[in-house]
Design a protein around this ligand. Structure first.
Ligand code: ADP
Length: 499
């Protein structure tokens, strides 16, 4: 069979030089192989970076409204094909169809939001201390951006990274996760159809330690945008630091929902269920800690347990299924090890705690939604990211206790608090230490017009989405123009101020 041509370089679909490949399968039935993809390395990445460098020169000079028009067309194409994209997503990474549609919708929204920036100001004018000097600061494209993405939001995350970068005039080399290469191919084919010139976006499929590492090391890449594990992010951020290459990292989380005694318990239970088990807990914003004030803990626990046990698990493509498989067998084992560890640490298993192997689940990667009780802040299950359908109840005495517990991890992505008291709500906004804070809403559910990202070990100070998205992919250029007709040199700070 001819080797798979899944690399897109300078506008041509190519196979890897070595013709080596890897495959991707449906996590609901791992025997269902979805395709073979080029396993790229240094050679392919070098070609892609060279193509991006060449294309960058013309793209950065293309008027921004024209760049924006490509994003508008891309947004429309995604609208037309939303259902097909969602179905492909459910097959490739398992999330249930309603969530897959949401993932695509996020990309559609991001396309239209960023397209609107095509005619917006890109800087500001400032007064000069010198006569007849014009001063302005403008954002310019940073250059070639290398994008390394995870599998859990396979359309939304590439769109968060790409659309601002494209609008600003950057060229891109895209290395998607090895578990979702098919969607990356579809996404790039659609960009091509939307009229993106050859070389502006280049795709290299492959493994993290091969294609990903080559992209991080490549000389011609000005910025790396990475979403993935804290472990890998820390490693590649150190590498980029040594090269003085800018890197934007969006890493792990250990998010919590705090439920105070005056909360609407039913609303809080719905929020907990969605945050803990949506996308089978495989979101960086998933709530794996539920910190509940003592007086309402029994009622909250009972309602949550009842609804957890009622969740319908299965192939995310089947109507009525509420929780799909996890991404792969390695992750399945890791999740189970964490649950066993939690029990060993003294947490009590209320529900789940099991790899499903019987009947319709036999060929897939299914983990029963798991609820642990009696978790304490010092336990590893209360500190480390599990990335699966597992959440743990923790008891708090006062609001201060609860907030302190919520803040007491090395991550800082998303924290939420339920209360009906407006004073407590605003104090919580002030005291919760995270990039995203929600009141009476779950920890997942970010909207694209606000900055997205976290503090502490969740990132390195950058944000995606919102207007803040322009920061990671642009440089500031300060411009001074002397338009006086005179021949005197007027020195700033010296000739303009009394000495
Ligand atoms: P996850 O646990 O979500 O898969 P990873 O951090 O392992 O998170 O992977 C996120 C992305 O980083 C994927 O595209 C993966 O291929 C890539 N990646 C993994 N290891 C490396 C590496 N050493 N260098 C660059 N990219 C990597």
């Amino acid at each position: 069979m001819a080797p798979a041509k899944t690399n897109y370089i300078a506008g041509r679909w190519l196979s890897a030089d070595s013709c080596s490949e890897f495959t991707s399968c449906n996590p609901a039935r791992t025997t269902e192989v979805l395709g073979a993809y080029s396993r790229s390395g240094h050679a392919e990445v070098a070609l892609a970076v060279a193509a991006a460098r060449t294309a960058f020169q013309a793209w950065r000079k293309t008027p921004a409204p024209q760049r924006a028009a490509v994003l508008t067309r891309m947004g429309r194409l995604m609208e037309e094909r939303k259902e097909a994209l969602a179905l492909q997503m459910t097959r490739e990474m398992g999330k249930v169809l309603v969530e897959a549609r949401g993932d695509v919708q996020e990309a559609i929204d991001m396309a239209h939001y960023m397209a609107a920036f095509g005619r917006m100001p890109t800087g500001h004018i400032a007064p000069s201390e010198r006569p007849e000097v014009y001063c302005a600061a403008e954002r310019v494209a940073a250059g070639v951006v290398g994008m390394i993405t995870p599998w859990n939001f396979p359309i939304a995350i590439p769109s968060w990274k790409m659309f601002p970068a494209l609008l600003a005039g950057n060229a891109i080399v895209f290395k998607p996760a090895e578990d979702t290469p098919g969607l990356a191919v579809t996404f790039v084919q659609m960009l091509e159809e939307a009229g993106l010139p050859p070389g502006v976006v280049n795709l290299v499929t492959g493994l993290g330690e091969e294609a990903g590492a080559a992209l991080v090391e490549a000389e011609g890449v000005d910025v790396i945008s990475f979403t993935g594990s804290t472990e890998i992010g820390r490693r590649i951020a150190a590498q980029c630091g040594g090269m003085l290459k800018r890197i934007s990292c969006e890493l792990g989380g250990k998010n919590a929902i705090v439920v105070l005694e005056d909360a609407d318990i039913d609303l809080a239970v719905k929020g907990a269920l969605w945050s803990a088990f949506g996308t089978a807990g495989q979101r960086c914003t998933a709530a794996s800690r539920l910190i509940v004030q003592k007086s309402i803990l029994p009622a909250f626990r009972e309602k949550l347990l009842h609804q957890t046990l009622a969740l319908r698990m299965g192939d995310g493509a089947d109507p009525g299924v509420e929780i799909g498989p996890v991404i792969n067998r390695k992750q399945l084992q890791r999740i189970h090890e964490y649950v066993e560890l939690g029990r060993h640490e003294g947490a009590r298993l209320l529900a789940g705690g099991k790899i499903m192997q019987e009947g319709p689940f036999a060929e897939g990667c299914f983990y029963l939604p798991t609820l642990l009780d009696n978790a304490a802040p010092g336990m590893r299950i209360a500190q480390e990211e599990i990335f699966g359908p597992v959440t743990a109840l923790m008891e708090a005495h006062t609001m201060e206790d609860a907030v302190q517990m919520a803040n007491a991890t090395r991550y800082g992505l998303s924290l939420s608090l339920y209360t009906q008291n407006v004073s407590r709500a605003f104090h919580a906004v002030q005291e919760l230490h995270a990039g995203l804070v929600y009141i009476n809403l779950p920890t997942s559910g970010a909207e694209i017009q606000l900055p997205f990202g976290g503090i502490k070990n969740t990132g390195n100070g950058h944000r995606e989405a919102g207007m803040a998205a322009m920061d990671y992919c642009t440089e500031w250029k300060s411009v001074y123009v002397n338009y006086s007709a005179g021949s005197d040199l007027v020195r700033a700070q010296i000739d303009t101020c009394p000495q």
